[in-house]
Structure formats: structure tokens, C-alpha cells
Write a protein that binds this ligand. Structure first.
Ligand SMILES: NC(=O)C1=CN([C@@H]2O[C@H](COP(=O)(O)OP(=O)(O)OC[C@H]3O[C@@H](n4cnc5c(N)ncnc54)[C@H](OP(=O)(O)O)[C@@H]3O)[C@@H](O)[C@H]2O)C=CC1
Ligand SMILES: O=C1O[C@H](COP(=O)(O)O)[C@@H](O)[C@H](O)[C@H]1O
Length: 482
């Protein structure tokens, strides 16, 4: 068992600033899966923390007809299921600001959304900042963007939030991005990758820049390999339509895991200002070498084809592992090993920097006992795995570890979606992906869209994935298992 330590509690917990601009969030796909799990609880959390503007409306949008009362009940049920049951009086206050515009929203038929916005602006006596949140499957990004533009809802003050994946190939990324830029300036566009919003992910660079203990060894002279490992025990549940068309590489690897790799690999920014941090993260993605299909293993869990909604002969990967190379002076020759999958043996979100063996007489230490491991889940933790002396007469090595829980530094910290939506409202784009960064990510991903893409290998449910994924790591093995 590792020793554990707690980061010292800060007396001075950061409180984000409230927002003044009268605002309406239009939540496209307002009754969908992501909305109920993440977005609605996040908006409600901002309300209970007093972080929404005084003049605020949430307008749900969807193709069906849903009354304001039904939408409010849906929100309440979502909070109860995915967050916590709200206080009756507080929720009643929130629900006064909620409505639903049904009938969809298309170029040729705006449904009832334009009327809902007109009514709100007449009620308030002025225009409001519109935040278009596209909580929609990627196929709906283009038609919805076209509709926003065609109906003139791309005000200069408007913002547009896009979920991932933003494009499925370099070509479709360009087509979507050109269209989005025909409606909005880059500063108005917020492409969400919620892994960037995790408190613990942000520690990947903050601890490095603040502590010589980490900063001085953060390079190829000292690090043998980096593992970014996000196994999940969950299956694809009721997301078959989306997942079977998307797969693990686009759902997780070329999106979340690439962004986390960039957070590890980035060069020190000029300052910690949002623009500088964003630029440093996005520019290192340009140094990602395009994936070599021979260094990628794809898998599908054994019972996947039995899932309702999945094509009977589907070749969609539910597991992906890859060896990524980053061609900068700092990282040349250091493999970044990325792994993620559904229906695996354990759930975890870990980033491990595994050191090279020491010089001198103890140059044979197992990599397990010579590593820094960042846990990205929840408030996060940093494990330092060390080799120490085994008590006794001889100078023999023994493995030990200490775990620094970050929970105490961040009492009451916000969930990733809560803080990212607050960033959208306040105009802070640090934790959002940019057009150039995503273009580089798709360039690195592009070889996986060719005929050289490896075949999917079937793996046992609740296992560590196809055994061949182990070969990617070399003698180290995957630190988490197999
Ligand atoms: N679910 C999750 O855990 C996560 C999802 N995401 C991303 O969030 C986005 C939304 O995902 P999710 O909520 O799971 O998706 P859903 O399949 O639940 O779709 C959301 C809503 O979009 C509407 N919709 C579906 N198809 C279309 C269409 N062709 N045209 C217009 N509207 C449509 C439906 O609403 P209606 O029928 O009312 O019109 C549906 O309820 C995706 O981009 C996904 O990658 C990101 C992180 C996690
Ligand atoms: O975006 C996604 O992320 C989740 C994992 O998110 P987390 O909140 O558990 O960190 C993943 O399960 C899902 O497939 C993917 O779409």
C-alpha cells in the first residue's frame, strides 16, 4: 500500500467571477444524452453558485414538441439521476428561466426558436448574448450551423459551442470549420474537449512549471516513455447509434488523449495567460508524427455485436492503443503510449511519466518504481513511485510510493463541464481547442483512415484488450495492467 499524503488546503480557494451580460443559452439536443448527464447539471451548478448572469435564460431545442414544464421536469430528473436532487425552492427559481423551443431548427424551417428569442428580447427590452450550445451528434453540426447563419442568429456577441468530434477526417474537419467560420469569428467558437477542463489535467503543466523537481526532468534525457491510459469498464449502453459510427479512436484517442498528450509535451508558454497556454498546447500538436498503423492496435469487445443498434458485422473499434511520437527536441525518441477502450478490466485515467534507469550501480530498477503518475479522475492525485532501501543489513532496493491527493487543494472545485461553460460565458478560451491545433491532430490521425488501418482484434469482455497491445510498450508493459 502506498503511503499517502495530502496537498495542503489552500485558505484562499479561487472563486470564478460572476458574469454580467444578459445571456440566453440555446441548448440544441437539450433532451439528449450528453445534455442530461453533463450540460444540464453544469448549468444548474452555475446557477446554485450564483455564477449565471442576473438576466439568464436556458432555451432547450429539439425536433419534438416539449413544453417548458416538461423540459423543467426533464432537467430536474437529470439532476436527480446524474448529480443530486435539487432543493425545491431553488429549483423553482431556476425553472422560471427555462423554456423549450420545439420543432427542430433547420435552414428551411426554424421551428419555434426564432419566436422564443424574439419574445425573450421583447420581454427584456434589448438583445441578449446568445450562446449556441450544439449538444448534438456530429452529423447535425453542419445543418444547425447553416440554420444559425441563415436565420441571423450569429450576432457579433454570439458564441457557439461545439462538442467533439469536430470532424471525422482532415477533409470533413476543413469542410465543417470553413462553414463554422463563415458564420462566426474564431474568437466566438468554443470547441469543447472536456478532458482539458479537468482540474487534474491542468496539473500536468502547472506542477511542472512551478516545481524544479518535475520541470527539470521533463524531457527525453530523463523520461523513457509516457503512458496515457484511459481504460473504461462501461459498455456503450444506449449510445449505439453514435458510437458505432464513431469508434474509440475518434471518441477518445485522437480527441481527448491527443489533447492530454499535448498538455504533457507542450513547451513552456510565454506566460500563464490563457492565449499563451492555448498557443503552447496547440502548437506542439503540429509536431505529432502521423500515426503509423503498424504501431496501432484496435480491438472490439466480444459482446459488442450483441448490442441493440450495432450493425451485425460492425468493424468499429471499441479499443485503441497507439505509439505516438512527438518530434520536438524535448521528446524525440520518447514513445507516448496511448490506450483506451470500453468493457475493460478497470476504469482509470492515468498519465505516467516513466523514468529511464539511473546511472550507476542501481541501473536495473523496474520502471514501476521509477515514475510519476498523474490521476486525472475527480480532483486528481499525483503518485510518486520510488525505489527505497529495503530495511535490513544489505543495501537492497524496495518499491514504495507516495500519493498526493489534490482533493484538499480544491474543496468544492467545479466539474469539468461546469468550469468550461463558465469559461464560455466569461470568454476564456484557454481550455478549448483551436482550428490550427485540430488541423494538426487530424493530420496525425489521417493514416488511420487509409487501407493500412489495422484489423480489429476481438478481446474478452472485462479484459485489458487485445494481448498484442502489450507489444507496443516494450519491456515496460502497461503500468496499469497487462
Ligand atoms: N453522451 C456522452 O457521454 C458524451 C457525448 N459527447 C458529445 O456530445 C454530442 C451529443 O452526444 P449525445 O448527447 O450522446 O447524443 P444523442 O444521440 O443523445 O443526441 C442528442 C440529441 O440530438 C438530437 N439529434 C439526434 N440526431 C439528430 C439529427 N440528425 N439532427 C438534429 N438533431 C439530432 C436529438 O434530440 P431531438 O430528438 O430532441 O431532436 C438527441 O436527443 C456528441 O457530439 C458527442 O460526441 C461528448 C462527451 C460525452
Ligand atoms: O467524451 C467522452 O468521454 C467519456 C469519459 O468521460 P469522463 O467524464 O468519464 O472523463 C467517455 O466515456 C465517452 O465515451 C466519450 O464520448
Amino acid at each position: 500500500m502506498p503511503d499517502s499524503a495530502n496537498a495542503q488546503q489552500s485558505d484562499d480557494v479561487q472563486q470564478p467571477d460572476p458574469i454580467d451580460d444578459p445571456t440566453a443559452i440555446i441548448l440544441y439536443g437539450g433532451t439528449g444524452d450528453l445534455a442530461k448527464r453533463m450540460v444540464l447539471p453544469a448549468i444548474y451548478e452555475l446557477f446554485t453558485r450564483g455564477l449565471l448572469p442576473d438576466q439568464f435564460r436556458l432555451i432547450g431545442n429539439g425536433r419534438g414538441d416539449v413544453s417548458a414544464e416538461e423540459f423543467a421536469k426533464h432537467i430536474r430528473d437529470s439532476l436527480t439521476e446524474f448529480s443530486s436532487a435539487p432543493d425545491d425552492d431553488e429549483f423553482a427559481e431556476f425553472a422560471k428561466n427555462v423554456s423549450f423551443a420545439g420543432g427542430g431548427f433547420r435552414e428551411d424551417d426554424p421551428g419555434t426558436l426564432l419566436d422564443a428569442i424574439k419574445q425573450l428580447e421583447e420581454e427584456l427590452g434589448h438583445k441578449v448574448q446568445l450562446v449556441h450550445y450544439l449538444s448534438l451528434p456530429p452529423v447535425a453540426f453542419e445543418p444547425t450551423t447553416k440554420a444559425i447563419k441563415a436565420h441571423g442568429l450569429n450576432y457579433d456577441t454570439a458564441k457557439a459551442v461545439y462538442e467533439k468530434p469536430y470532424g471525422t477526417s482532415l477533409e470533413s474537419f476543413h469542410a465543417l470549420d470553413d462553414l463554422v467560420h463563415s458564420a462566426f469569428d474564431e474568437e466566438q467558437i468554443y470547441r469543447i474537449d472536456h478532458f482539458l477542463g479537468k482540474e487534474a489535467t491542468q496539473n500536468l503543466y502547472l506542477t511542472r512549471f512551478a516545481n524544479r523537481l518535475f520541470g527539470d526532468v521533463w524531457n527525453r534525457r530523463h523520461i523513457a516513455q509516457v503512458q496515457i491510459d484511459v481504460p473504461e469498464t462501461l459498455d456503450i449502453a444506449d449510445r449505439a447509434d453514435f458510437y458505432d459510427a464513431t469508434g474509440a479512436m475518434l471518441d477518445m484517442l485522437a480527441t481527448h488523449l491527443f489533447q492530454v498528450a499535448a498538455e504533457v509535451a507542450l513547451e513552456p508558454p510565454l506566460s500563464m495567460d490563457p492565449e499563451d497556454v492555448q498557443a503552447a498546447r496547440e502548437s506542439v500538436i503540429a509536431a505529432f508524427r502521423p500515426l503509423d498503423p503498424k504501431e496501432v492496435v484496435l480491438g472490439q469487445y466480444a459482446s459488442y455485436l450483441d448490442t441493440e443498434g450495432v450493425e451485425k458485422d460492425s468493424k468499429t473499434e471499441t479499443f485503441a492503443a497507439a505509439r505516438l511520437w512527438i518530434d520536438t527536441d524535448r521528446w524525440r525518441g520518447v514513445p507516448f503510449l496511448l490506450r483506451t477502450g470500453k468493457m475493460m478490466k478497470e476504469s482509470a485515467q492515468k498519465v505516467s511519466l516513466i523514468f529511464k534507469p539511473s546511472d550507476g550501480p542501481l541501473d536495473h530498477i523496474h520502471p514501476d518504481a521509477n515514475a510519476i503518475v498523474f490521476d486525472l479522475k475527480g480532483n486528481g492525485a499525483i503518485d510518486i513511485r520510488l525505489t527505497v532501501k529495503k530495511p535490513g543489513p544489505d543495501p537492497l532496493p524496495a518499491e514504495s510510493a507516495t500519493s498526493l491527493s489534490l482533493a484538499n487543494v480544491a474543496p468544492g472545485s467545479m466539474a469539468p463541464y461546469t468550469s468550461l461553460i463558465h469559461d464560455v460565458l466569461s470568454g476564456n478560451r484557454m481550455l478549448f481547442t483551436s482550428s490550427t491545433g485540430l488541423e494538426s491532430a487530424f493530420q496525425a490521425f489521417q493514416p488511420m483512415l487509409t487501407d493500412a488501418r489495422p484489423q480489429v482484434e476481438i478481446y474478452d469482455d472485462h479484459s485489458w484488450g487485445p494481448p498484442s497491445a502489450k507489444e507496443l510498450t516494450g519491456p515496460c508493459g502497461w503500468l496499469l495492467g497487462d
